[in-house]
Design a protein around this ligand. Structure first.
Ligand code: NAD
Length: 440
């Protein structure tokens, strides 16, 4: 497994749990040192125990030497990052290309190279070309096996996925069969659970991943716009979402209004899909709009907080609950908090923030002036306004009275709708949330 991040570490550990011997190769010295010392460098519930068990069982090892790791293996998985390229939004495949070259150079016999990273359509064939160029003598096949796990629920998602997608090179029938056999064996425990395993061509598998993420991002963006509309016309987005979600064709998930989607996948994958569409001469206009609406939304949320504060936050103290892009992760990549707190800080507010898992990662990306608090209630200390940015469970049960005692002001902007407007109003707060009619 090349790459020991959110995907590589979880997938590698889960494959080991299936009974396979797994060597994870990680080049980031801090991450590797942590793993070797038995510490988990990311926050992912349940992962520590699973890693410990599989290391103890001798099925899971960590290192930075690709040649040693891939000696005699049946398959090599690429799980390195594919961030957005600055400027054009295309996925940056340079880590994938670099890893492929390293694998090709080090391979000591037949090698099946499987891409788990999310990569643009055509990358599989590009990988094959790079391998042929680097090692003309090497016997190899390629496959695409995009990963659908969600941070925060990653182990469950990997062990009980809705489906497994395996893209193979259909232009090489012999190789395709060989690749298929190896991956079938690897995913055997899931066959027993009757998980749908979908075999497709390479390009199809690559596009499936972008289509799935873009559809979900579009669904989030849809309900966000409906929430805005609810505010204008006096409707309630909670009831709208629940009622449309009861239609099985729509489904009730991903219909929660928010300050905008963020994270390591949706922003970059929607941008990448629009770039793929443009390049292919078949623009995906719904997703182009989704990207634009979402980016504008985060800015609009900061402006909304400023307006709620009376038009000027200079010198005000703003308490912030939640920083990560969603609960149960420490991942800060493209979190709405980055845009929103950047604007509030720029407008002269003093920010006091707390996040149950993301404070370490947040420090690197948030304005240096942010004060990090020891617990949720502490953000309210002297605050003119308290803002909810991530719906961690522990925030739902915060006592309004405790917040009130510590706050200087009485304003709460709940951008995740975690509290009941009536309860908050009765507790003496001036309270706004998203798309609910009771608000001022
Ligand atoms: P990540 O940045 O957490 O992990 C990538 C790791 O690869 C890093 O630790 C990096 O040091 C390491 N690495 C880079 N080049 C290497 C090399 N040559 N040899 C060894 N290690 C190397 O990224 P991630 O979140 O795990 O995402 C990886 C891929 O999976 C991306 O394409 C992403 O789009 C996709 N994906 C992510 C998620 C998610 O929830 N994070 C879900 C599905 C798919």
């Amino acid at each position: 497994m090349i790459g020991g991040g959110y995907v590589g570490l979880v997938s590698g550990t889960c494959f080991a749990e299936f009974g396979t011997d797994v060597a994870i190769v990680e080049t980031n010295p801090d991450r590797l040192a942590a793993l070797r010392e038995g510490r988990i460098p990311i926050y992912e519930p349940g992962l520590d125990r699973l890693v410990e068990d599989n290391v103890a069982a001798g099925r899971l090892t960590f290192g930075d030497d690709i040649a040693a790791a891939i000696k005699g293996v049946d398959a090599v998985f690429l799980a390195v990052g594919t961030p957005s390229r600055r400027g054009d939004g295309q996925a940056d495949t340079s880590y994938v290309h670099a890893a492929v070259k390293q694998v090709a150079r080090a391979a000591d016999g037949y090698t099946l190279i499987v891409t788990k990273s999310t990569v643009p359509v055509g990358t599989g064939r590009e990988i094959a070309r790079i391998v042929r160029e680097t090692r003309p003598d090497l016997d190899f096949d390629i496959a695409s096996n995009p990963e659908f796990l969600r941070e925060g629920n990653a182990i469950q998602d990997f062990m009980r996925p809705d489906r497994v997608i395996i893209g193979i090179d259909e232009s090489r029938p012999g190789g395709a069969t060989r690749a298929q056999d190896i991956l079938r064996r690897l995913y055997r425990p899931l066959y027993l659970l009757e998980t749908p395993i979908v075999f497709t061509g390479l390009e199809t598998a690559e596009l499936i991943k972008y289509s799935a993420n873009s559809f979900l991002a579009m669904k989030i963006t849809f309900i966000n716009e409906i929430a805005d509309l609810c505010e204008k016309v006096g409707a309630n987005v909670t009831d709208v979402a629940r009622s449309i979600g009861l239609d099985g064709r729509i489904g009730k998930k991903f219909l929660h209004p928010s300050p905008g989607f963020g994270g390591s996948c949706f922003p970059k994958d929607t941008r990448a899909l629009t770039a793929i569409g443009r390049k292919a001469g078949s623009p995906v206009r719904l997703i182009e709009t989704t990207v634009a609406v979402n980016e504008a939304r985060m800015q609009a949320m900061a402006e909304r907080i400023i307006a709620f504060a009376g038009g000027d936050v200079r010198g005000m103290t703003i308490g912030v609950l939640g920083l990560t892009f969603k609960p149960e992760t420490d991942d800060m990549r493209e979190a709405a908090s980055i845009t929103i707190l950047g604007q509030l800080d720029g407008a002269g507010a003093h920010i006091r923030a707390f996040d149950p898992a993301g404070m370490e990662t947040a420090r690197a990306v948030l304005p240096p002036g942010v004060t990090y608090c020891g617990d949720a209630v502490a953000v309210a200390e002297g605050a003119d306004i308290v803002v909810v940015l991530t719906e961690w469970n522990e925030f739902r049960s915060l006592s309004p009275d405790k917040l009130k005692k510590r706050m200087k002001g009485r304003r709460i902007a709940d951008l995740r709708n975690i509290w009941d407007p009536q309860v908050m109003r009765e507790a003496g707060f001036e309270y706004i949330s998203l798309g609910r009619p009771e608000q001022a």
